[in-house]
Design a protein around this ligand. Structure first.
Ligand code: COA
Length: 421
């Protein structure tokens, strides 16, 4: 039996030791006569990685509040925390950073494949396919111990920004840039995209954005990852499944849809209300709103809202990193943060549906100049830390994940020969 998770390191952290969990609004007693479509309200395992309080809008990684981690740590420190379950000492963090730096390069063959993909392929497809290809070059490919899985996981986390930056350069017909051996995880990504060291505002905001996306318990992509490794397949397959799942607009693909509607459909503050009314009348979902677990403000959205507010308060004109997908210069667009606020007010007041992480990450990433095509892949870059942690936790006490479907079709039908149908 696994030990139940306890979070009682400081007086203001809660204790979660009797599973009288009231935090997830839709959580239910199992009733065998019912079908739990979408697995709504079902616990599929125990975990000590991430806790979501969906009523009070709180999020904890390994018992530490997201707010504390965003304000006091770095993405590398959070990735270490998620994978190893505890905060690193100075020397552990420094070794971990060195390992990530050492693993940034990708094999020449994978670079060649990246160059050979069709030029109009989405970046998330490039990433999914490249991660799958990278497994073939991993020296630990056929070693399945926890230590080997951690080594493979670190390689995946280290290489994702490289694949993303190379995809950007290749698709923009620009020469590729080698990874830096000095810069932090997030600064190296910017450097490989642009050949420049990022400005201070970028450094401060980007790491926080990565931390906010690093894990979110058993969301759809993490579930895919855990299902895949639960068959005792490998961690690369788990993360390839996860990337494929993240891509959908109901999950990580939402941030790209948010920026697209801001830039191409809404454009001006006065268009917000008519635009949203029309969508809702047509029963369309508004991307960047709603959540399976939060029925209040998503705490990540709150943090990103502040980042976005700051970034948009002193922007004269957005300087996008040049990208072919952005060749078309957008006409005058109103301040995206202000438009987001109007949209959020309307959704909360009329529908009681709150903004989620994607609403504000879209505006913040746009303000930082990140090409829109990179939004969802960047979510993957950050979430890879969580996926690795979940793959390792799953394998530490594995049970094949294999739910049931309630069969509702007919039985005992007469087989009719094909000529007689
Ligand atoms: N816009 C409009 N209505 C929404 C909505 C949104 N973004 N999110 C939820 N709703 C409404 C639904 O239409 C439904 O209304 P109904 O009961 O009258 O039919 C109700 O709220 C429940 O929504 P449902 O889709 O059943 O909840 P869910 O838990 O299955 O879905 C999401 C959660 C995230 C898939 C959903 O909120 C969504 O599609 N959001 C937009 C995509 C997005 O931003 N994804 C990123 C998530 S971090």
């Amino acid at each position: 039996m696994k030990e139940k998770p306890k979070y009682c390191e400081s007086p203001d952290t809660f204790i979660c030791d009797d599973y009288e969990v009231k935090e997830e609004p839709q959580l239910c007693e199992i009733d065998k006569s019912k079908t739990y479509k979408g697995l709504v309200g079902i616990y599929v395992d125990d975990s000590t990685i991430t806790y979501i309080d969906g009523i009070n809008g709180k999020l904890y990684y390994r018992g530490y509040s997201l707010e504390d981690l965003v304000h006091q740590s770095s993405f590398e420190e959070v990735a270490y925390l998620l994978i190893y379950g505890k905060l690193p000492t100075n020397s552990q963090l420094s070794n971990f950073k060195d390992e990530l730096i050492k693993e940034r390069n990708i094999p020449y063959d994978v670079l060649s494949i990246l160059k050979s993909y069709p030029r109009n392929t989405t970046r998330i497809e490039l990433l999914r396919t490249s991660i799958s290809a990278l497994s073939l070059y991993d020296p630990d490919d056929y070693i399945f111990t926890e230590e080997a899985n951690i080594r493979k996981g670190i390689r995946i986390i280290a290489k994702i920004p490289t694949v993303l930056a190379l995809s950007h350069r290749i698709q923009s017909n620009l020469p590729v840039i080698e990874p830096s051996e000095e810069l932090s995880h997030s600064c190296n990504y910017y450097y490989m995209m642009t050949g420049k060291i990022p400005h201070d505002e970028f450094k401060k905001a980007f790491d926080k954005i990565l931390i906010c996306h690093a894990d979110h318990s058993i969301n759809s992509s993490t579930f895919s990852c855990r299902v895949t490794v639960s068959t005792l397949s490998d961690i690369y397959s788990g993360i390839t499944s996860a990337i494929g799942t993240l891509r959908g607009p109901l999950h990580g693909g939402a941030n790209e849809r948010v920026i697209k509607y801001m830039l191409e459909e809404i454009k001006k503050k006065e268009n917000i209300i008519p635009w949203v009314k029309e969508k809702l009348d047509k029963k369309e979902k508004i991307m960047g709103f709603g959540h399976r677990v939060y029925k209040t403000w998503d705490p990540r959205a709150k943090i990103l809202r502040e980042i976005s507010r700051k970034l948009w308060s002193n922007i004269e004109r957005v300087e996008k990193i040049p990208d072919l997908t952005h060749k078309k210069e957008h006409e005058e667009i109103d301040n995206i943060f202000e438009m987001t606020e109007l949209l959020a007010d309307y959704m909360i007041e009329t529908k009681e549906i709150y903004p989620n992480v994607d609403l504000y990450s879209a505006g913040a990433l746009h303000a930082l100049g990140i090409p829109n095509a990179a939004f969802t892949p960047l979510f993957a870059a950050s979430r890879s830390a969580g996926w690795v942690a979940h793959a390792i936790e799953q394998l530490s006490d594995n049970k094949l994940i294999r739910p049931r479907l309630r069969y509702v079709g007919e039985l005992d039908k007469n087989y009719i020969n094909i000529e007689e149908r």
